[in-house]
Design a protein around this ligand. Structure first.
Ligand SMILES: [Zn+2]
Length: 454
């Protein structure tokens, strides 16, 4: 019954053939927004998207009709080959959307904008913005105006009638150039500003080119991959110069993580290390950890990179049972401990700063339940770090390793769910003492009755 019903539902919702086959580029700059959120906000009902992780000039664009680009990370110039590739793509009939703002210095995307006949400027757009010849409502998150010559049609202008979004035809295709501030930003895709006119505009321009919807629309991945010890190191032309150094940092960090946790990463985890073209962020999907090539000012500053690598790797260490509330704090705490073992003074400072920030919400850490839904982030993190440090002081040395070893020993991989009550049960077993009262004295509302782990 259920299957039949689901099948019927699926066929009702089967989308009509996509009008837009887009590529979101992550090779000039990685952002979580471009990794699916732009598509969710503007193209979900009308198009299919694939992500490009590899160098732009190597990308097969033949069966697509829209390329989505931001103005790029300052460390990754648009190569002459990539610029020529995009220009050819447009001339042959496709559309490129370039979300770009001038600055000092100019972003790398300026070189591509120039080749396509436009120019960015450093002058701030002055609200309110308005549509030219259309009754679109325009929302704007701030940005710069453009320079657009007579071959451009201005679509959105600022209060001084200077262009903020413009389009031009270039042979058989189109360029749409506008400030990044006209589009959403939220990582959860909940701010699809201007979607009411952005979506039809993208469809109108992109559908000038036909593509074959029956052909697979596959992502292109980082083009360089090679073995470094037990890892496959993945990178592009644009991140090549950071890749070896970061792989070296990982090799340095890894044994410290093994020492701190007392266990190897969970089976099958951390096979790939992907270098992301950005100074911001990273992620772990368990098997693959992805690290921002210039995180925290790397390579000039090393501590933030060591902390990030240990953090992302730490996510793979805790699987298949991440600690619910502690998922992020415990990963960063591992980073801090690795930094401490490497005698980096920033590690201790980071720890003290976070504990102090937590105390602003709960001076002696006995009042606010960090498991409360609306508990402030600083409280959750500060109190967690405080608890980990106290556990080490009271039950150490090496108490974290005892916790991880106990967890591996008594929590089966196939177990459904892992709650904070389960966590405290594991901690208790690890130190040989019932820690529920102690955690409750710190206002963690945990309960031994709710766990079946002894
Ligand atoms: Zn994380």
């Amino acid at each position: 019954m259920l299957l039949t019903f689901l099948f019927a539902l699926a066929s009702l919702q089967a989308p009509s053939p996509p009008q837009v086959q887009s590529i979101s580029d992550l090779s000039q700059e990685f952002t979580f927004y471009m990794d699916g959120r732009f598509h969710a906000q503007y193209l979900k009902g009308v198009g299919r998207d694939a992500r490009n992780w590899g160098s732009l000039h190597r990308l097969d664009l033949s069966n697509t009709n829209l390329l989505l680009l931001e103005d790029g990370d300052p460390h990754v110039p648009f190569s002459p080959e990539s610029i020529a590739h995009v220009e050819r793509y447009v001339r042959e009939g496709s559309t490129v959307l370039l979300m770009a703002d001038g600055g000092d210095p100019m972003p790398p995307g300026e070189a591509l904008v120039a080749k396509l006949g436009g120019s960015l400027s450093q002058r701030a757009a002055e609200p309110p913005l308005s549509a030219v010849g259309a009754d679109w409502e325009v929302e704007f998150r701030g940005g710069r105006v453009l320079e657009a010559g007579p071959e451009w049609t201005v679509l959105i202008q600022d209060a001084q009638q200077r262009p903020v979004l413009a389009r031009r035809k270039l042979e058989r295709g189109f360029v749409l150039l506008g400030s990044r501030g006209l589009f959403g930003h939220q990582p959860d895709a909940k701010d699809p500003i201007n979607a009411r006119w952005v979506t039809p505009l993208l469809v109108e321009l992109a559908t000038h080119k036909r593509f074959d919807p029956s052909r697979a629309h596959e992502r292109a991945f980082a083009e360089h991959a090679r073995a470094v010890g037990p890892l496959t190191l993945e990178y592009t032309d644009g991140t090549a110069r950071s890749a070896d150094a970061i792989a070296g940092e990982f090799a340095l960090v890894r044994p410290h993580l093994v020492a701190l946790t007392g266990v190897e990463p969970s089976p099958g985890m951390i096979r790939q290390l992907l270098i992301l073209p950005t100074g911001k962020g990273g992620f772990s999907s368990g098997e693959r950890i992805a690290i921002a090539a210039w995180w925290g000012g790397y390579p000039d500053r090393r501590y933030p990179m060591v902390e990030l690598i240990a953090h992302e790797a730490g996510h793979s260490w805790v699987l298949p049972h991440p600690e619910p509330m502690w998922n992020e704090p415990i990963a960063t705490y591992l980073g801090i401990l690795v930094g401490r073992r490497l005698e980096m003074p920033e590690a201790g400072l980071t720890l003290e700063r976070q504990i102090a920030a937590g105390r602003r919400h709960d001076p002696d850490f006995t009042r606010v339940n960090p498991l409360e839904k609306d508990a402030p982030r600083d409280l959750v993190w500060g109190k967690s770090f405080f608890a980990f440090e106290e556990l080490e002081r009271l039950h150490g040395p090496g108490v974290l390793a005892k916790y991880f070893q106990t967890k591996r020993a008594i929590v089966p991989a196939g177990r459904q769910g892992y709650s904070m009550d389960d966590c405290v049960a594991v901690w208790s077993r690890a130190v040989g003492q019932d820690l529920f009262p102690w955690f409750r004295s710190l206002a963690f509302q945990v309960d031994a009755e709710r766990t079946d782990l002894e």
